[in-house]
Design a protein. Structure first.
Length: 304
C-alpha cells in the first residue's frame, strides 16, 4: 500500500519500521515541527523524523495541518491509507479523507476506555491490571472512530509508564501491520460512548503525593508519572522526588516515617509506602539507604 505515516515521538518509531519491513510504500512521513531543547535551545528533530531520514524517506513537518496547502498536497500523493501513531494533533476531515481508504490510528488503550492524550499513564494511575492497543478508522473526534482490531496486554504490578510504553509500542507496530493486511475485510465496530473514559494530558499538579490516600494508589501514581511530571512530596519544607516505590506493611499517621536506616517506609491512609529511590533538591537520585543516612531521616519525621 501507498502509506502516509503520521507520528512524532520515539513511541511511533517501531510502527514506521514495521511498515517498511512489511513492504508498504511509505510515501511520506509527517511529524510535528522541530523543537528547541537544552540550555542552548538548539532545534532538535522528533525521533520519527530522524528515523525517516535514516531510512531515506520523504519527511514533512507542517506548522499547520488544519489550514493552508498541506491537505491539498497530501491528496495529490495518490495515497491508499494514512497511518497515525502518536502524531499529537487532531486531523481534519480533509486530511482524513485524502487517502483512498482513510486513516488508521493505533491507540494505546482498549477503547473506548482511555480516549485522549495519556492513555498509558492513566491506565497505571487508575490501577488497571490490563490495557492494550486498539486500531481504529479515524474520524474527526478525539479517539472516537470505529474500532478495527484489539490486543490486550497485562500491566505488571510494579511496571512504570516508560516500561509499559516500550511494550505497547512494539504491540502497536504489529497490530497496525495486521490491520493493513486485513483492511479490506475487517468490519469496523462502533464504540459505546457510555463506556468511554478520558485520559487527559498530565500536568505538574498531578505530581503531588497525598499520604492520606491508600499506599497502592500512591504506588500507582509513582509508576504512572515517570519520567514526567514525576511524583513529589515535601520533607522539611523542601521538595522530595519519589522515583521508585513498593507497597509495604505498616500503620501510623499518614506521612510519618515508620522505618528508617536501611529502609524508608512512610505511613499512608491505608497501608504504607516504601520508597526505594528518591531525590533531594540539588542532588542526584539515590537508593533509600543512602537517602536516609545522608539526610539523617529518623522515624517519626513527616512527609507532606
Amino acid at each position: 500500500m501507498r502509506v502516509a505515516f503520521f507520528g512524532t515521538p520515539a513511541y511511533a518509531v517501531p510502527t514506521l519500521d514495521a511498515l517498511v519491513e512489511a513492504g508498504h510504500e511509505v510515501v511520506t512521513v509527517v511529524a510535528q515541527p522541530d523543537k528547541p531543547v537544552g540550555r542552548g535551545r538548539k532545534l532538535q528533530s522528533p525521533p520519527v523524523i530522524e528515523r525517516a531520514r535514516a531510512l531515506g524517506l520523504d519527511t514533512r513537518q507542517p506548522r499547520a495541518v488544519r489550514t493552508g496547502r498541506f491537505p491539498r498536497r497530501l491528496a495529490a500523493l495518490d495515497l491508499d491509507v494514512g497511518v497515525v501513531v502518536a502524531y499529537g494533533r487532531i486531523l481534519t476531515a480533509a486530511l482524513l479523507g485524502a487517502p483512498r481508504l482513510g486513516c488508521v490510528n493505533g491507540h494505546g488503550s482498549l477503547l473506548p476506555r482511555w480516549r485522549g492524550a495519556a492513555p498509558i499513564q492513566w491506565s497505571i494511575l487508575s490501577g488497571d491490571a490490563v490495557t492494550g492497543v486498539t486500531t481504529m478508522q479515524m474520524d474527526e473526534g478525539l479517539d472516537t472512530g470505529d474500532m478495527l482490531l484489539k490486543r490486550a496486554l497485562d500491566i505488571g504490578p510494579d511496571e512504570t509508564a516508560p516500561q509499559l510504553a516500550a511494550r505497547m509500542a512494539t504491540l502497536t507496530a504489529a497490530l497496525i501491520v495486521e490491520t493493513l493486511d486485513q483492511l479490506d475485510t475487517l468490519t469496523p465496530v462502533p464504540q459505546d460512548p457510555a463506556l468511554a473514559t478520558h485520559a487527559r494530558m498530565l500536568t505538574k499538579d498531578d505530581a503531588r503525593l497525598d499520604f492520606s490516600r491508600p499506599a497502592q494508589a500512591l504506588h500507582d501514581q509513582v509508576r504512572a508519572l515517570q519520567p514526567w511530571p514525576g511524583a513529589v512530596c515535601t520533607l522539611r519544607g523542601q521538595p522530595f522526588k519519589v522515583k521508585q516505590t513498593r507497597v509495604a506493611e505498616g500503620e501510623g499517621p499518614p506521612g510519618t516515617a515508620l522505618v528508617a536506616g536501611s529502609r524508608l517506609v512512610i505511613a499512608c491512609g491505608e497501608g504504607a509506602l516504601e520508597v526505594l529511590e528518591g531525590q533531594l533538591p540539588g542532588k542526584k537520585a539515590l537508593p533509600a539507604r543512602d537517602l536516609v543516612n545522608g539526610a539523617r531521616i529518623e522515624p517519626g519525621e513527616v512527609f507532606e
